[in-house]
Design a protein around this ligand. Structure first.
Ligand SMILES: Cc1cc2nc3c(=O)[nH]c(=O)nc-3n(C[C@H](O)[C@H](O)[C@H](O)COP(=O)(O)OP(=O)(O)OC[C@H]3O[C@@H](n4cnc5c(N)ncnc54)[C@H](O)[C@@H]3O)c2cc1C
Length: 396
């Protein structure tokens, strides 16, 4: 550690708490500023590709995540209407060997609680809505609407797609509606259909990661609490969406109606859901820069993306750890650390944003879309320094 820094992180989401946890473990002072009056996450599932799991391991949370998350055995792709098998591929068997870590499925609230457990409670300020940032030669400040400020060596905007920090740095930038809407809900794992397809030819297990692939959308079933909770992600094309809200309550009936004509076994599962949320999916073109002096961005504040590759939270976790690494290695030059962080992260996250769109467009064009390779995404290890001249590997 070059110098102990004070780092203000705006937003206690998955990206902000990853950065806070990594910095705290490296010995820096973190102050998290969160708008919400209490900590929490929506009740939805999250895929954690091997690249995200490497960050969780580096935070010392390997055992803890193993106790809560599920590890799917196979990826099973079936057709939306008659449930014919498209393919069954091993996931558990190959993941560590090919990508260096497991592929896990977690409840967002479980993952968020784990990340929060790394950070001292006293470092998290709730009900603190950032309205802007100010900076001088030697410090940066997060500013509230009532004029209260919090000074630090650097300020990190981890405040999501409608980031106030990004607006303060670069001005307002409306997000783009992607023509995708999604429903997310949960049922008991026993509700996973056991035999589907012509003559019941396709056998399914609760440890399968099942994708129903159709021309207007795709529906995923995967376990997120072993033996207990099965997550449903249902995404489909939609030409119109009026609300800019992130998630709004929906209903079982609305979800079933949106998938009229899809396979009966799949719709039968929809009849079991209680609480359903609907999302309008927004993204942005990759930004040219995230950093201005002592202030930078991470996660959805920097690069909101379509969920087609299930990488939004994973990228925010990679950002959080990479940022902590650079600040730790270059504490005597925090502005230089932010420049190095952006140079490392912006090309990768931009590529993921674009591939997520491409995959969505492919899915729209053909009922049996080829999957674009995600090997380059999964292989990556954001917990190690990779730039020439870098001198340290941030351990946790
Ligand atoms: C339907 C759907 C499915 C998805 N599935 C996956 C998946 O399977 N795998 C995956 O990796 N990703 C997935 N994602 C993406 C993932 O949810 C996001 O990319 C991720 O949550 C971004 O994390 P973040 O910390 O950057 O932002 P957020 O989670 O949005 O957190 C931002 C935080 O900042 C706070 N905040 C906002 N404004 C202010 C302010 N002015 N002052 C202070 N605090 C503020 C908010 O209250 C919040 O706590 C999915 C997304 C959607 C919509």
């Amino acid at each position: 550690m070059a110098r102990r820094l004070k780092v203000a992180i705006v937003g206690a989401g998955i990206g902000g708490m990853t950065a806070a946890g990594a910095l705290h473990r490296m010995g820096h002072e973190v102050v998290v500023l969160e708008r919400a009056p209490e900590l929490g996450e929506v009740g939805a599932g999250l895929q954690l590709g091997p690249n995200a799991v490497k960050v969780i391991e580096a935070l010392g949370l390997n055992e803890a995540i193993t106790r809560t998350a599920a590890e799917p055995v196979d990826m099973v792709s079936i057709k939306w209407d008659d449930a014919t098998l498209r393919y069954r591929e091993p996931l558990k068997e190959i993941s560590v060997e090919r990508y260096g870590a497991r592929y896990l499925m977690a409840h967002r609230a479980d993952l968020h609680a784990l990340l929060c457990s790394v950070v001292p409670e006293a470092s998290i300020n709730l009900g603190w809505a950032c309205a802007g940032v100010r900076q001088s030669a030697g410090a940066a400040e997060a500013v509230r609407a009532d004029g209260a400020t919090l000074e630090a060596d650097v300020v990190i905007g981890a405040d999501g797609i409608h980031s106030a920090v990004r607006t303060a740095l670069f001005g307002p930038m409306p997000a783009r509606f992607t023509n995708q809407i999604c429903w997310r809900a949960q049922v008991h794992v026993d509700d996973m259909p056991r035999r589907v397809g012509p003559g019941g030819s396709v056998a399914l297990k609760s440890e399968d990661y099942v994708g129903w692939i159709g021309p207007t959308g795709h529906v995923l079933f995967y376990e997120i609490r072993p033996g207990k909770v099965l997550n449903i992600f249902a995404g489909r094309v939609s030409e119109g969406w009026a609300e800019e809200s992130w998630a709004i309550p929906s209903s079982r009936e609305e979800m079933i109606a949106a998938y009229a004509g899809w396979n009966d076994a799949m719709l039968e599962v929809f009849t079991k859901v209680d609480h359903v949320y609907r999302w309008g999916i927004y993204d942005r073109d990759p930004l040219k820069r995230w950093t201005e002096g002592r202030v930078t961005l991470l996660g959805d504040a920097a690069h909101p993306m379509m969920p087609t590759l299930a990488q939004g939270a994973a990228m925010s976790m990679e950002d959080g750890f990479a940022l902590a690494r650079w600040l730790d290695a270059m504490g005597d030059d925090p502005k230089g650390a932010l420049v190095a962080y952006e140079a490392e992260r912006l090309p990768r996250t931009g590529r993921v944003q674009i591939q997520a769109r491409q995959q969505f467009e492919n899915n729209r064009k053909t009922p049996t879309p080829p999957a674009l390779s995600r090997d380059w995404i999964f292989e990556h290890d954001a917990t190690t320094l990779r730039h020439p001249g870098a001198t340290a590997t941030a351990g946790a």
